[in-house]
Design a protein around this ligand. Structure first.
Ligand code: LLP
Length: 414
């Protein structure tokens, strides 16, 4: 069963009518399906079952503690990019030895904290970061496990803002420079060279960029082995695409086969860092129509969610389906669905044909990933509440922010 499904025209989140959730918890509201999270995670576990592997959910996609908790209970590992995400994972019961740490700008404090808790691996993105980590580990009298993030210079064929594997991106170390950095790392006492890492971009719906990247990575793995540097894992990053409009989601079994085939007989554990694939389809954003208005030839549905709640349409021209949660009798018209924020880029969708009227609740679909986590308080708007549906129950997993808290740490001049 689809975790978000229609019965007699009414949208349900598992066994909850979305209209009831909007009534009980207010709008704007993010609703997550526990079962959807679990089944997406399980598709990686099933596909990689026969090969040693570790699934490290990319926390940045949705870092709500309840989401992390659901995945930690399945035995998931986590890919983090900040000390803040490290604290969240630990608070949700994630195991330190299943955490990998990505990101180009890890601070001294972040590296120290991660060494203290004993994470599984640091994904090193520059020689300067390697030097810093080695210095801190040495001073602490510990050995830091690392992989080096290689930038394979492949075109992920996705939006330029979410492409990360091209030479001109800030990520990783180039194929040309990587061998020298590996050699240096291998010679450092406080560093244990364990793996190779890459992440070429997000929302990939074709397997080809993965194939290209893997081919390059594996040739580097072999070249290093000849130099006596034997790696024990290959971290292939995340990026698996989902359906927002009419895309075919990446086939996880096919993707896994491609990785396993590329590895062949080599003794490499697979680490994968999926974010969107696990969290994206597992969430919707519910929002209520405040006003219907017409300007010139255009109809606008002004809703109570805005670009501060969901910035993907404004930032990446992302298209996400917008659907009324109940079938209505209003005439069908074309609308721009916009928020209350004072910016023309404040829209959730443009030119959508909808049969709606004032007061209706709409669902923005596939809003479980890169949605709440990218929200802000622009226009002094309190951030939305988050609810998780689990079995027949719905739990509030983040209270709606109250406006006073937004300026509680500010002060007037004496
Ligand atoms: N690993 C690393 C090192 C990453 O940088 C990312 C995402 C992931 C894993 C997870 O990628 P995923 O499986 O979710 O594609 N805000 C953008 C997406 C930014 C992705 C950043 N990195 C969006 O809303 O489309």
């Amino acid at each position: 069963m689809e975790h978000f499904n229609r019965r007699n025209g009414t949208l349900f989140a598992q066994s909850y009518a979305c209209s009831r959730l909007a009534e009980d918890f207010g709008t704007p509201l993010f609703v997550y399906s526990r079962e959807a999270l679990e089944s997406a995670w399980q598709s990686f576990a099933d596909a990689l079952e026969k090969h040693p592997h570790l699934i490290c959910y990319a926390v940045k996609a949705n870092s709500n503690l309840a989401v992390l908790d659901v995945l930690a209970r399945l035995g998931s590992g986590f890919d983090i990019v900040s000390g803040g995400e490290l604290k969240r994972v630990l608070a949700a019961g994630g195991e330190p030895e299943k955490i990998v740490f990505s990101g180009v700008g890890k601070s001294r404090a972040e590296l120290t904290e991660a060494l203290e808790v004993g994470i599984r691996c640091f994904n090193i993105e520059s020689e300067a970061e390697l030097d810093r980590l080695a210095e801190i580990a040495e001073a602490m009298g510990v050995v830091a496990p690392i992989s080096i993030r290689v930038n394979p210079d492949v075109d992920a064929q996705t939006h330029p803002y979410i492409s990360t594997g091209l030479k001109e991106n800030k990520f990783g170390i180039s194929m040309e420079d990587a061998p020298a950095v590996y050699k240096k790392a291998d010679g450092l006492d406080a560093i244990d060279v364990q793996g190779m890492d890459c992440h070429i971009g997000s929302q990939l719906t074709s397997i080809n960029p993965y194939k290209d990247a893997l081919q390059r990575l594996i040739s580097l793995v072999d070249a290093l082995a000849k130099e006596g540097i034997e790696l024990s894992h290959l971290d292939v990053g995340g990026g698996q695409g989902i359906c927002y409009e009419d895309e075919t989601p990446l086939d996880i079994a096919e993707w896994a086969k491609c990785v396993i085939d590329a590895i062949g007989e080599r003794k490499l554990e697979i680490i994968v860092e999926p974010g969107r694939y696990i969290a994206g389809p597992a969430g919707v954003l519910l929002t209520r129509v405040e006003y219907i208005k017409r300007n010139g030839d255009k109809n606008f549905a002004v809703v109570d969610a805005a670009m501060n709640d969901l910035i993907r349409p404004a930032l990446y021209s992302a298209w996400q389906s917008i659907e009324p949660v109940e079938p209505g009798n209003a005439p069908e018209q074309e609308y721009d669905v916009v928020g209350p924020i004072c910016e023309s880029s404040d829209f959730l969708g443009k030119n959508r044909t909808l049969a709606i009227e004032q007061g209706d609740v709409l669902a923005v679909m596939s809003a479980g990933a890169y949605s709440f986590v990218m929200s802000s308080n622009y226009n002094t708007r309190a951030r939305a509440a988050e609810v998780m549906v689990s079995g027949d129950d719905a739990y509030i997993v983040r209270e709606r922010e109250d406006v006073e808290s937004l300026f509680a740490s500010e002060s007037l001049l004496p």
